[in-house]
Design a protein around this ligand. Structure first.
Ligand code: ADP
Ligand code: MG
Length: 289
């Protein structure tokens, strides 16, 4: 075999960028010239040079993965724990939210249900917890319930409901916002309840509702099925009662007061487009593929 020094002489350094790209090592690609210069100058052993690059590749790979999952999650920007004003919601202590944001409950497929009037901060709080979970490496999907229901119904029309539901399994948590926003017909209710049944005790749901459970049979047509779905949802669930005055209204009132608290300025609603295909997995095109 050729001696390493002779090999080094025959290696074409100019091919490195191409080789590193082919090996899918973008951080090696980006950092090696600077690090090589430093290693030469400071006389690093070759192993140290290689290990430093490998560490960088691993760290940046994790950052890229989280960034990808954040985009995939469709979580609205800005609704994080950092921008959440806990004083505005005395019924939900910060420590409780921080425990939820740590995510142990996700392991067992438990659920989280936020019930309260419009403007109470349900969307913000659930999204903030979702953000924290993505940062901790978990996969989360935020969706308005009606958007997901429509997509699932389209999948059913294409005889692909099972595959569409299976594709949602990759999300450890699905945040279903505004579950009672509109009255659901039988077909809408049935895909939604199939999702609930499929995820029961294996994959978590976080649900925001303006109505207490007692009013859910007015949203969903079939009382018996509704009771069964609520049963599954609450079997292992944390329920956050969020009946406080609308944060928007209070923030508006504070703005007119002379000493308005800057933290009370509501963030702008920034829901992502409902058009991107959340049911598509990374390799296949859409749910009909
Ligand atoms: P809901 O989903 O209960 O109707 P939202 O979460 O959409 O309420 O809250 C309405 C607006 O007020 C949003 O812009 C949200 O970011 C803001 N908001 C609500 N509660 C808080 C809070 N405790 N701290 C900071 N902003 C809040
Ligand atoms: Mg909301």
């Amino acid at each position: 075999m050729t001696a390493p020094s002779a090999t080094a002489r025959t290696v074409d350094v100019h091919a490195l960028p191409t080789m590193l790209t082919a090996l899918r090592l973008p951080s090696f690609h980006r950092h090696w010239p600077m690090l090589a210069e430093r290693a030469d100058k400071e006389g690093w052993p070759a192993a140290r040079f290689l290990a430093t690059l490998a560490e960088l590749e691993l760290a940046e790979r994790e950052t890229r993965r989280i960034r990808r999952h954040l985009i995939e999650s469709q979580l609205p920007g800005g609704k994080t724990l950092a921008t959440f004003d806990f004083k505005a919601l005395p019924s939900v202590p910060r420590a409780r939210v921080e425990a939820l944001a740590a995510g142990d409950w996700i392991e067992t497929g438990a659920n989280l249900i936020a019930i309260g009037n419009s403007g109470a901060g349900k969307t913000h709080l659930l999204c903030a917890i979702g953000h924290a979970l993505v940062e901790a490496g978990r996969r989360v999907l935020y969706t308005r319930t009606t958007d997901l229901v429509q997509r699932l119904q389209a999948a059913r029309r294409d005889l692909a409901l099972e595959a569409a539901l299976a594709r949602l399994d990759r999300f450890e948590l699905i945040i279903l916002d505004d579950i009672g926003y509109a009255q659901k017909d039988q077909a809408e209710t049935s895909v939604l309840f199939e999702l609930i049944a499929r995820r029961y005790e294996t994959r978590s749901l976080a649900i925001a509702a303006n109505q207490p459970f007692s009013a859910w049979d007015r949203i969903f047509p079939d009382k018996a099925v509704t009771v069964a779905a609520i049963d599954r949802l609450v079997h292992h669930a944390t329920i956050l009662e969020m009946n406080v005055d609308s944060y928007r209204r209070r923030a508006a009132a504070d703005r007119t007061a002379p000493k308005a608290d800057a933290a009370a300025t509501p963030t702008t609603d920034n829901h992502p487009s409902a058009d991107s295909d959340i049911l598509a997995d990374n390799t296949k095109g859409d749910i009909t593929a």
